[in-house]
Design a protein around this ligand. Structure first.
Ligand code: NAP
Length: 251
């Protein structure tokens, strides 16, 4: 239970869904966790409460990752609370499935600003805080990067961009002792996938029927893989895109 003992981690979008589960699993492995959220303060506080009642250490920090001044404040607060940073998980993201005719400059920029630019801002701040000891970055991409689906052109493009950033930076960070990897989840049951209408839909049934392990993912399926990548068990894994999806082969 000590795979991340005394490590400090910032997890973006950790008030709900996959991010909240990552925060809880990190804390259970001994990490001190910064639970970032955009607007759901109550949900973030609940995650922190659950962690601290189990003996873990966490704080909630508001910050919209698409705003650089918010990101700078987020990392300043992490520094003030814990004095260092070892791990960044770029999990905050939105998915907006819409036919190409409906894509507007606004919906395009909203997804790219949060999913891509937001991750660039957090990586810039994290690398400064990592300093000479180095660090570890995990980008939560999507199976939609490798397997784009109808109406998901812009969302898939954001996640392919994120994966390209993962690979480019794994090389750019040579000599800095920073590992960076992407995790590509299949469909996972979260607040977000419920409100997007995926859960219980024909789309979900079709995905399950083409998934060898025959089910939708749960947030902890992803969180456990993120713990592995963040830990020394993955010390030689860098610049990879790792699917965590039940082996989805269809669509
Ligand atoms: P979710 O349930 O909708 O939760 C999203 C989280 O991101 C919330 O904590 C939200 O905070 C936060 N967030 C949204 N915009 C933000 C911003 N601008 N700045 C900071 N935080 C922000 O999402 P999820 O389903 O767990 O998905 C998490 C990640 O996994 C996303 O990157 C998504 O693309 C990826 N993913 C999900 C699935 C899936 O099926 N669920 C599959 C593949 C990949 P507030 O609550 O405060 O708004």
């Amino acid at each position: 239970m000590d795979k991340l003992k005394n490590k400090v981690a910032v997890i973006t979008g950790a008030s709900k869904g996959i991010g909240a589960s990552i925060a809880k699993y990190f804390a259970a492995e001994g990490a001190k966790v910064v639970v970032n959220y955009a607007s759901s303060r109550e949900d973030a506080d609940k995650v922190v409460h659950e962690i601290t009642t189990h003996g873990g250490t966490a704080i909630a920090v508001q910050g919209d990752v698409s705003k650089q001044e918010d990101v700078i404040r987020l990392f300043d607060e992490a520094q003030n609370a814990f004095g260092a940073l070892d791990i960044l998980v770029n999990n905050a993201g939105i998915y907006n499935y819409e036919p190409i005719e409906q894509v507007s400059a606004e919906t395009f920029h909203q997804q790219f600003n949060i999913n891509v630019l937001g991750s660039i801002f957090t990586i810039q701040s994290a690398v400064k805080m990592f300093g000479e000891k180095g660090g570890n970055i995990i980008n939560i991409s999507s199976g939609a990067s490798n397997t784009p689906l109808p109406t998901g052109s812009v969302y898939s493009a954001t996640k392919s961009a994120l994966d390209a950033i993962t690979i480019a930076l794994s090389k750019e960070f040579a000599g800095k002792n920073i590992r960076i990897n992407s995790i590509l989840p299949g469909v996972v049951e979260t607040e977000g996938s419920h409100s997007a209408g995926f859960i219980g839909s024909e789309f979900e049934a079709k995905l399950i029927s083409t998934t060898p392990l025959g089910r939708t993912g749960q947030p902890e399926d992803i969180a456990k893989a993120v713990v592995f990548l963040a830990s020394d068990d993955a010390a030689w894994i860098n610049g990879e895109k790792i699917s965590v999806s039940g082996g989805i082969y269809g669509l």
